[in-house]
Design a protein around this ligand. Structure first.
Ligand code: HEC
Ligand code: HEC
Length: 484
């Protein structure tokens, strides 16, 4: 057969797979930290490729105990292990995207937020509010079969944090996740303390919290965990609502909102602080590998890596490429909000109030980084990055007191605000109404989203745009935002 005919039959898709951990690309991947002396230095290309590539096995859905098909567990025990990701079988772009979906749903560890026992216990769902999909499945976990007869619970893949189950049970892959992971973690903590020596459990928890520390800060708020009691640490976990999570390199004290990944292809900076640049699909691959596998191998200034032994596995370049194509293919759910006369009025207000200067259509972001109070961008940043030096006044802690702290917040896209919550970089407000409620500026405000580790009142300052609108104008503005 002629080559052109083969290409036509194969859908003519010829993937150009970047080398993920190429030294020069990794070196320019990140925006420096606010104190550049402590910007991370990632592992070398040689060390990266010495980590074995992950074998992706076929996995199976987990069901709520009352919705599990009869005989399902027994049937799983009869399954042979199957390798599910095989790049030699991928021909079309669609094949690669479907393979990327497998990577997205691939667990990378077992019991972190919950155990297999928890998932089989109805009370666990009632107590933690873990959502269940319409078909009775739990999209945040999977059963994995790596050896016949052994059914392992797997989680902590991208799906665990980046899947949203709507109130009617519809699943939106990639949207701001809503598994209450940190509340589940807090429940595990108190269970462990009941079953074992509480002093040992406390020591383990403090050991876990050390990963967030920034020894180079004169007063590191993340060190507080070392003097908190078990009860206080459990309360800190309980204080983190679904949609926010203390991911690695973030903070238990000021954990970040989980971003919506739908539309990620258009974003020039990743994470709230814009710490990772996205110049190409290769950068998204590097981002995924960094956060999921090699994060603890980075050196910060003269500090040794947090976990020098490294992970047992990393994703292969093919797996990361498929994953990135899958993320780029994600679509928002159909929007039930009509662009009616009220929304049309809201659109005019959006323009009049200059929201579009930052939330510029059609992406509803200008893809710029805004310095926080207390950070003066070095002179060369104006040329190197996309800056907008406009006063914003939002809480600077996440941008200054975490290992992702660049001293900036990026302008987030407003697309999809109708299906996701809570909002703001820490998810401090539960709804878009609350974001435009001037009461949030007051020190006696009790945040409706993430309150803070002690759950007390605090202001949610800054971003005062739109706060002075009349109730009628605000209604129209919100109606418009819900159509995006
Ligand atoms: C434990 C929860 C968790 C897991 C697991 C997880 N993420 Fe995230 N992800 C987050 C949080 C939280 C942030 C925001 C971090 C920040 O702003 O500093 C984030 C940010 C991102 C972003 C940046 C998006 C943006 O617009 O800024 C991308 C891309 C992303 N994650 C992809 C992935 C992929 C791909 C995987 C799987 C390989 C994954 N994540 C696994 C919690 C998670
Ligand atoms: C000077 C730039 C700028 C202007 C003008 C601006 N915003 Fe923002 N907006 C931001 C930044 C930056 C954030 C993120 C702040 C944070 O998380 O600390 C944000 C966050 C938001 C959020 C929360 C999004 C989320 O996913 O958490 C909404 C909603 C929003 N803005 C709407 C508006 C509206 C409506 C206007 C006009 C009335 C407006 N903004 C004007 C920069 C701007």
């Amino acid at each position: 057969m002629q080559t052109w005919a083969v290409l036509l039959l194969a859908g003519a898709f010829q993937p150009q797979i970047p080398r993920t951990w190429k030294t020069s690309d990794v070196a320019a991947l990140e925006v420096p930290l606010a104190n550049p002396k402590y910007s991370p230095v990632q592992i070398s290309e040689e060390a990266y490729y010495r980590i074995p590539a992950r074998v992706i096995y076929k996995t199976y859905p987990v069901y709520h105990p009352s919705r599990e098909p009869a005989g399902y567990r027994e049937w799983l025990r009869t399954r042979e292990p199957e390798i599910a990701f095989d790049p030699s079988k991928l021909k079309t772009r669609e094949d690669w995207i479907r393979a990327g979906e497998l990577v997205f749903n691939t667990p990378t560890s077992g019991a972190v937020f919950f155990s297999a026992g928890d998932l089989g216990d109805s009370a666990f769902y009632d107590q933690t509010g873990m959502p269940v999909a319409k078909d009775g499945s739990v999209p945040f976990a999977r059963w994995v079969i790596r050896r016949k007869g052994e059914v392992e619970m797997g989680s902590m893949g991208c799906h665990t944090c980046h899947t949203r189950v709507m109130a009617d049970g519809t699943v939106i892959p990639g949207a701001q996740g809503n598994n209450p992971g940190d509340r589940q973690g807090a429940r595990m903590l108190s269970r462990a303390a009941q079953a074992a020596d509480p002093a040992q459990v406390l020591a383990r928890m403090r050991g876990f919290a050390r990963q967030f520390e920034m020894p180079w800060l004169p007063e590191d708020p993340n060190r507080r965990a070392q003097t908190m009691s078990l009860t206080e640490l459990k309360a800190a976990g309980d204080a983190i609502p679904p949609g926010v999570t203390a991911r690695s390199n973030t903070s238990l004290m000021v954990p970040p909102q989980i971003p919506d990944l739908i539309g990620v292809e258009e974003r020039r900076y990743l994470d709230h602080t814009g710490v990772v640049r996205q110049r190409s699909i290769g950068d998204l691959m590097r981002y995924a590998s960094l956060v999921q596998d090699v994060v603890a191998l980075a050196r910060y200034g003269d500090l040794p890596p947090r976990s020098p032994a490294g992970p047992g596995a990393r994703f292969s370049d093919e797996q990361l490429y498929a994953l990135a194509l899958y993320l780029y293919s994600l679509q928002p759910p159909p929007n039930p909000n009509r662009f009616d006369a009220v929304a049309a009025r809201g659109k005019k207000i959006f323009q009049r109030e200059r929201c579009a200067g930052c939330h510029t259509p059609p992406l509803y972001t200008n893809n710029k980084l805004i310095p926080v109070d207390g950070f003066q961008p070095p002179p060369d940043h104006q040329q190197r990055f996309d800056l907008l030096e406009a006063p914003l006044g939002t809480d600077p802690r996440y941008a200054l007191q975490t290992r992702k702290g660049t001293g900036y917040y990026k302008v987030p896209s407003l697309k999809g605000v109708w299906y996701r919550a809570p909002l703001e970089h820490n998810g401090s407000v539960a709804t878009v109404e609350d974001w435009f409620d001037p009461a949030r500026l007051r020190p006696d405000y009790v945040p409706t989203g993430f309150k803070g580790p002690d759950g007390r009142n605090r202001s949610v300052p800054g971003h005062q745009f739109g706060l002075a609108l009349s109730p009628e104008e605000k209604r129209a503005l919100l109606a418009f935002l819900r159509t995006l």
